[in-house]
Design a protein around this ligand. Structure first.
Ligand code: SAH
Length: 214
């Protein structure tokens, strides 16, 4: 059962107002944040701080992204209903649920087994039918390509070419690029050989790692 108390609902409403003040204007994104019980994606010991606009620990040395960051990346995705979206870095599954709530068809990849297992079961409990995969996000999911959009929720050193190859022409990738801190990019695949790159400010993410790194 999902315990979503009046207290949680009140804190969530305040969070939606806060990220609105910080610059999120897309009503569908704000509605999704307002609808989803973020505390369900976290350990119950974090219940009291689940609706602060902060990244929080989720185990395996990883974090659930700050709600403002989740909203910012989702707003940049400019989702249309039924679009096929690939997410790299399932983590807690919270960003995944925001994409599902906005009617995207979501495929998501996580490289830490315990996080993959937990996110998959929370998403099932909440009746979101995202397709969860355990594996290396750098490789994407070639057998399900092409995707309308791709969202990367960890900091990449560069643009992964396998992921660009799995995008539709006209589709785009939302990707934080950098080592200590990252700049948010929207990379549009104009043709097979031409990418348009736009920048949207500085953020801080856990790193996107390949299989040999820990
Ligand atoms: N979207 C998540 C954010 C989690 S943090 C949420 O809402 O909770 C980023 C996640 O990316 C971490 O769980 C990390 O393990 C994962 N990650 C890092 N490199 C990866 C890779 N190469 N493939 C798949 N997942 C990766």
């Amino acid at each position: 059962m999902i315990a979503d108390s009046f207290k949680h609902k009140g804190l969530r409403k305040a969070l939606v107002e806060e990220i609105g003040r910080k610059g999120i204007t897309d009503k569908a994104v704000l509605d999704a944040i307002g609808a989803i019980p973020r505390h369900i994606f976290l350990d119950s010991s974090l219940d009291n701080i689940a609706y602060q606009d902060k990244a929080l620990p989720i185990g395996c040395d990883q974090t659930i992204s700050q709600p403002f960051t989740v909203a910012f990346q989702t707003q940049l995705l400019d989702l249309k209903p039924n679009e096929k979206v690939l997410e790299i870095g399932t983590g807690s599954g919270y960003q995944t649920s925001v994409l599902c709530e906005m009617k995207a068809r979501v495929f998501t990849i996580e490289r830490h087994k315990p996080l993959y297992v937990r996110a998959k079961s929370v998403l099932q409990l909440m009746k979101y039918n995202a397709k969860c995969y355990f594996g290396d996000g750098y490789k994407g999911l070639p057998s399900y390509a092409p995707f309308d959009k791709i969202i990367i929720t960890c900091g990449a050193k560069s643009i992964p070419s396998d992921l660009v190859a799995q995008l539709k022409i006209g589709g785009f990738l939302i990707i934080p690029i950098g080592e200590q801190t990252q700049e948010m990019y929207r990379i549009t695949k104009k043709t097979d050989s031409e990418l348009i790159k736009e920048k949207f400010g500085d953020f801080k993410f856990v790193p996107m790692l390949n299989n040999k790194e820990s």
